[in-house]
Every structure is written in C-alpha cells, then in structure tokens.
Design a binder for this molecule. Structure first.
Ligand code: KTE
Length: 533
C-alpha cells in the first residue's frame, strides 16, 4: 500500500450499525431501492403529484404502459402512494383511455377544497376533492385537455361528462399543469403548444370553463416544449419568494435528447415575466426530465419536485427487465444567490434530495486529510457482497492554490466498483475532479453491460463548478444501484445519470485516489454511508 502523505491523523470511524442486510424491495440487481420504479412495464413522466392532508400520503401518478417495456399507445396513468417520498406502494391503474388507440398523456392534479367546480357534495372530505387534468391523445393524433375527478381519494376517477374542457384543434397541445392563484382567486393552467415553442396560460374560476390568458416563449427551443410548471420558490435567508417556471424540451437538448430548463421571474395572475433572458438547465445530467411539482403540500414541505430519471434518446433500450425506468429522488427547491463566477452572483435554483425513511447501515468518515503528490487513499467503503447497493457520500474540500495552469496536475477521483464476479471483471463508475479547470466529470462507460456502448448514452460528462467562498467545493451524491444523483455546492448544480453494471452486478466498493503534484487537495471531510430503505 502506498504510504499516504497525510498531514493529520486520519480519524476513520467505521460504524457497523446493522448486521444482516435488510430484505430488499425487489430482487433484481439493477432495480433502485430508494427510487420509484413500476413493478413491471414502461414508465415515463410523473403526473398528478399531490399530497392528501387527511391520509397524510403523497400521490404519484405516471405515464404507464403496463404490458410493454417501451413507449407505445395506449398509455395510462399508473399510480403509487408514499408516506415519506421514499417508500412507494404501487396501485392499480388510475385513468385509462376509452380505446386502445388513444392515450392518457401527462397532466396534473389539484385538490378543490372549496368545491369551486361543484363536482363534490359534503360527503367528500375537502382534502380529498381531487380533480385531474390530462391531455387526451385521440386516435387521429389530436391533443385536447380533459378533466376527471375522484370520489375515493385518488384511486379511481370519473371523466367529466363534457370533455374536452379545452380544444384548440391541435396535435401539439399538451401537459396541463394547474394551480390555485390566491390573489385573484383563480385556477391557472399552463399548457405546452409544443411546436410553437409556447407555454400557454389559461384561467378558470371553476376548473371547468377556461379562458386563455397569455403565452410565454423563451429559452432553449430544441425541438418541442413539453411539461411546463410554475411555482413560487422561497429565497433562502429571507421571507421573499420568486416565481420559477420549469419547462421540458425534447429532442434537441445540448447534451443530447431531453432536458429541463427553468426561468426565474414574476407571475401577476395572467403573465409570467422572466427576470432575464438567461437559459438555465434544471439538471445537467442526461437522465432528469419532465419534472413536476407536488400540489397541495403542507407549508413545512416547501416546494417538492420529482423528475423522470431517463432520456428519450435511449429510454426504450435501457437493459432493465421487467420494468423500464425510475423516477428521481424527490427534491426540495429553494432559491439562493450563488457565485456563478468570481465576480457575479445570480439567483439560482438549489435542490436538496428528500431522504426521509432512509437509514444508514454503515458509515465511514474521514476528517482533515490532505492529498499531495500521487496517492491512493484506499478502499473507502467496502460495501460487502450483501450490500444494499444504495449509498451516499459527501466530500468537502479546498485546493491549496487556484492560480493553476491548464497543464497543472491536481486531480482526484472516486472509483465506484462492482463486486468481483467469478469472471474477475470489475465494472467501475467514476466521479472525478480536476482543479486546473475547476470541473468535475462522470464516466459511466467502463461497464460490461453491452448497453453502455449505445452512442447516445454519453459515457462521459463534465461540469464547471465555481468554488464557493474560501475556494471550497462540496459534493453530495446518492448512488442507488443504477442511478446516481450528484448535488454540487449544496445543490446549486445537479447532475443525474443512470448507469448499468454487468449482469448481476451493482456498486459494491469505493476507491479514492488522486494526483495532486501541483497543488494539495485538503479534504475537510469525506463521508460515505451505506444506506437501506
Ligand atoms: C416521445 O417526446 C415524445 O417520443 C413525446 O412527445 C413525449 O412527450 C406522453 O410524454 C411527453 C409529454 O409531453 C407527453 O404528455 C408524454 C414528455 O407519454 O415526455
């Protein structure tokens, strides 16, 4: 073992808090444990997200094709519920099309507590007056907005007799997201006129009759707008909020395929006005799309959002069976003034993952370790062959000097490897940092699963990260068998990617090594935790 030139005593404290591995939710090795996946079938966009204040559960609906593992018509609203946004229970299909040649496309749900629609009588708990909005794709390809309501707290729905509620005679008009705007006592609906690159706003007093209010068109057009959303987001350290409009585009992302963007601005009840013309991406990994906010949340929850953890470029071909794709972790949104370069601070969306109900099995912590010269720190976290394949890590570090040249050598990387199979082949997922360009990279290509050769899977990605005050970087990541979500500098930049180890393999140990010949890397803390749900 190379002598580690550390300048302080390593205080490695390993807690082994639980003995046997817990029973995993599903047996398949590539199935994430803390991310929602359908038990079988095809899934894409999250739909209809809301919180039931009586039952105190969260509802997730999703684009679902129960008997296929690829996107195809007919499409349904699949359904799951959770008490903590980590443990999910899947239920029967919630909304079905009337014919196999139609699709219930994406949409949203509101709770009509004041019964503004008149659809409910006093027998229905105000917290469970659930109204769903979705796009119907009919057999001629026309897209109209429809409404359905539930008398059993969101498990079954009755379609409104006079559907469609909005019809503009279009084949590219979809994804209604509805919310209540208190100042004007009005329901607001955002829709995507996908190929016109417009988010079109409607208003209603009763969820039934809708009036066109305005349209918004900005940002990175790509090929089509999809899945818009609008939410008031708190500014950290203040009582103020700003409005954030999120918008999906696909295909044509600058990273390839599908991507979410967002805008910071104001909403006056009819128009969204962006503060500037800057295009901002919600997540700069390849696998975070069609993000939607939960409605009817308790105040203490803040703003909670979930995304579909895949990319239309290759979603239909990923090597999982008998299901396809997962959702991201639920994330809390806040706004924070962030140094986007050494001279400029910008109000930036920051995301932090919701990890309620996740417990730690084992933890390894390093404090005050300095890496200088070529060094191998060691097998940081041997998860063991009975590991859950679910773990997180947090690394806070500074670089001893930042006036490095492009040719300077100051890097480190984490190699996340699978257990050694009988074949002796080890799969490795890498996350690394290079101080000379103040950038992180992810390499998900050194894997034995044939799918990794897919040219659109983009094995290597990177991101520039401006160090925080004091030249500090902070990286938090969650790895859950086949998905990795990284939150840089307390979530001011996030990067979500799926990865697929070879047959029967999943993450099992983590090695940290680096080459810091031209500037030392001072790790204030390194924490790794093996987790279980
Ligand atoms: C799929 O990108 C194509 O090839 C669709 O336009 C996907 O559209 C349908 O999925 C979305 C939404 O706009 C639709 O409502 C939904 C976005 O499953 O993923």
């Amino acid at each position: 073992m190379i002598r580690i030139p550390v300048t302080s005593i390593l205080s490695v404290v390993v807690f082994i808090l639980a003995a046997a591995g817990a029973h995993t939710k599903y047996s398949q090795n590539l199935r994430p444990q803390a991310h929602f996946t359908p038990h079988k079938g095809w899934m894409n966009d999250p739909n209809g997200l809301f919180y039931d204040k009586t039952e105190q559960i969260y509802h997730l609906y999703f684009q679902f094709s129960p008997n296929k593992t690829f996107w195809d018509i007919p499409l349904y609203w699949g359904h799951a519920t959770s008490p903590d946004l980590v443990h999910w229970e899947e239920h029967d299909i919630a909304i079905s099309p009337e014919s196999e040649r139609e699709a219930i496309y994406s949409g949203s749900i509101v709770v009509d507590e004041q019964n503004t629609s008149g659809l409910f009588d006093e027998s229905i708990d105000p917290h469970q007056r659930i109204v769903a909005f979705y796009t119907l794709l009919d057999e001629n390809g026309k897209q109209t907005q429809e409404m359905a309501y539930s008398f059993d707290a969101g498990y079954t729905f009755t379609k409104y007799t006079h559907n469609p509620i909005i019809d503009v005679d279009s084949k590219e008009f979809r994804d209604p997201k509805v919310f209540w705007f208190e100042p004007s006592q009005t329901w607001i609906m955002l829709t995507a006129m996908s190929k016109d690159y417009k988010v079109v706003f409607y208003g209603s007093k009763d969820l039934i009759d809708w009036e066109r209010l305005s349209s918004f068109s900005s940002g990175y057009f790509a090929n089509q707008f999809e899945c818009p959303g609008l939410m008031q987001v708190p500014i950290e350290g203040s009582d103020e909020t700003k409005w954030v409009l999120i918008l999906a585009v696909n295909p044509g992302s600058p990273l390839g395929g599908s991507i979410n963007q967002y805008f910071v601005g104001d909403f006056n009840g009819t128009h969204f006005i962006a503060d500037d013309s800057q295009t901002r991406f919600l997540d700069i990994g390849k696998d975070f799309y069609a993000a939607q906010m939960f409605s009817n949340l308790p105040r203490e929850d803040g703003v909670l959002v979930i995304g579909w953890a895949s990319n239309w470029q290759y979603a239909n071909n990923v090597p999982t069976h008998p299901w396809k794709s997962s959702m991201s972790l639920v994330r809390n949104f806040t706004l924070r003034y962030v140094e986007v370069n050494c001279d400029t601070r910008k109000l930036t969306l920051c995301q932090s993952p919701i990890m309620r109900g996740v417990t730690k099995k084992r933890e390894t912590v390093f404090h005050n370790m300095t890496l200088s010269g070529k060094a191998y720190v060691g097998n940081i976290l041997a998860l063991g062959v009975r590991s859950s394949g679910l773990f997180d890590f947090e690394i806070a570090f500074t670089v001893s000097r930042m006036n490095l040249r492009y040719t300077s050598q100051c890097t480190f990387q984490l190699d996340i490897s699978s257990k050694m199979p009988s074949s002796g082949k080890r799969d490795t997922l890498t996350i690394g940092f290079d101080a000379a360009i103040s950038s992180f990279f992810v390499d998900r290509g050194k894997l034995s699963n044939a799918f990794s050769a897919n040219p659109f899977f983009a094995c290597k990605q990177s991101v520039y990260i401006e160090p925080r005050k004091g030249q500090e970087y902070r990286v938090y990541g969650v790895v859950d068998r086949n998905i990795m979500e990284i939150f840089f500098n307390d979530g001011s930049t996030t990067m979500t990617n799926t990865f697929f180890f070879g047959e029967g393999l999943y993450p099992h140990e983590i090695h940290l090594h680096g080459d810091a010949r031209d500037a030392a890397i001072n790790f204030e803390s390194i924490m790794f935790r093996e987790l279980k749900v």
